[in-house]
Design a protein around this ligand. Sequence first.
Ligand SMILES: *Cc1c(COP(=O)(O)O)cnc(C)c1O
Length: 427
Amino acid sequence: MADNDKKRLPRRDLPTDARIETLAVREGLPPTQWGENSEALFLTSSFNHPDAATAAARFANEEEAFVYSRFTNPTTMMFERRLAALEGTEACIATASGMSAILLMVMGLLKAGDHVVCSHSVFGSTITLLATQFGKFGVETTFVSQTDVQQWRDAMRPNTKLLFAETPSNPLTEVCDIAALAEIAHAHGALLAVDNCFCTPALQKPVDLGADLIIHSGTKYLDGQGRVLAGAVCGPDAIINGPLMSTLRGAGMALSPFNAWVVLKGLETLAIRMAAQSANALKLAQWLERHPKVDQVFYPGLPSHPQHELAMRQQNGCGGAVVSFTTKPATGDVTVPSPATLDEAAMRLRQAAFHVIDHTRLCSITSNLGDTKTLITHPSSTSHGRLTEAQRLAAGITQGMVRVAVGLEHIDDITADLARGLDTLNS
Ligand SMILES: *Cc1c(COP(=O)(O)O)cnc(C)c1O
C-alpha cells in the first residue's frame, strides 16, 4: 500500500475534518518550490522527464506524473480535487464544457444495447445528446416525469445502466427526489447521475442522498462570473480514474488549464455567492407573488411550490437562485413579432412577457445563468424555442413565462427593474 501511495501525486495537507467553505479555498496541490500563495496557472501542453527510463515508467503508468495536458495538468488537477472535495466524491475529471462532461460519462460507461432513463425536464442539449447522438450509436433513452417516481420505476429494463436527473429543472424549478431515484437505480444494478449545476455542492450534495455520479457545467455557478466554459464529472475513483479517464485520454474533451484556473478561483466564493444569490432570489419570488400583474411564481423556496418540503430537505434549506414567473396577458394591440402558430391568447402572453423584459435597464437579456449579474430570458422563444407550442405547453412552459437567474445586485434594484415593466403592463 505504501508503495502505491508514493506513486500518487501529493495533495495539500489539510485537516481531515475541514468544512466545505475551507475546502473551497484551500483544497488542491501543494505549491511549487517558489511557494506561491495563489494557485499557479500551468500553461503548458507537455511536461519534461529527467531521463528516458523515468519517461518510460510514466507512460506505462508505473509512476504518477504529469505527461500531457490532455490527460492531466496541475492547474486542472487542483480544480478537480477541489470540486471532488466539495461534492464529497473520491475523484473528478474536468471537461471542456458541461455537455462534454455528459458526453464523457456516457461514452465511458455505456455501449450499444444499453438503456438510459432520464427526466424529460433536463437541459435541452442533454435531451438532444441522449436522444439523437447516443441513439445513433444504439444507446436508447426513455424520458420520464421529473416528479413522478413511479414513471422511473416503470421505465426500468434489464439493460438499464444509467438514470440521469437534474434538479431543480429549468425553467419550472421542478424538484426530483434524488434518494428515491438512487434506490431505484441500485435495486436494478444501475447508476444514478445527477446534474448539480443549479444548486452546486454549496446547497445540494447528491452523493449524500445516494447518487453515484455528479455532472457539472462549471460555466454556471462554479465560475459564477460568466467568463469561461467548463465542466466536470465527479464520482468513485474506480469509475473516474478507470473507464472515464481512459475515454478522456482517447476522446480528448479535456478542460484547458486557463479555464480550470478561472473556475478554481471562482470556487473560492461559491458558498457565499450561492447563499447571497439564493437570499436575493427568495425575496424576488416573494415580491413577485404579491405583484398584481404576476400570474404564477415558480421557486422551490416558496411554500406554494409543490415540492417545497422536499426541496428544503434536499437543498440545505435554500431555493437556489433561479426564479420563473408568468405574467397576466396583455390587453390592447399585439405588437411583438409572434409566429403564426400562436393563437391570440398565447400572443397576448408573449406581448406581456416581452414588455417586462424590454423594460429592464439592469438585467442582462441572455439565456445563461450562474452569473453575479442578474439575467432575464423568455424560455418559450429562446432556450425552448425549437419545441412546438404543444410540446412547450405539455411541459408547462407558456408564452407568458419569464425566467430570472438572480445575481448579486441589491434586491431593491432588481425588483425596481422588474417593476418598470410589470407596473406599466396594460396601463
Ligand atoms: C448549461 C448547462 C449544461 C451545459 O453546460 P455547458 O457548459 O454550456 O456545456 C448542462 N446542464 C445544465 C443544467 C446547464 O444549465
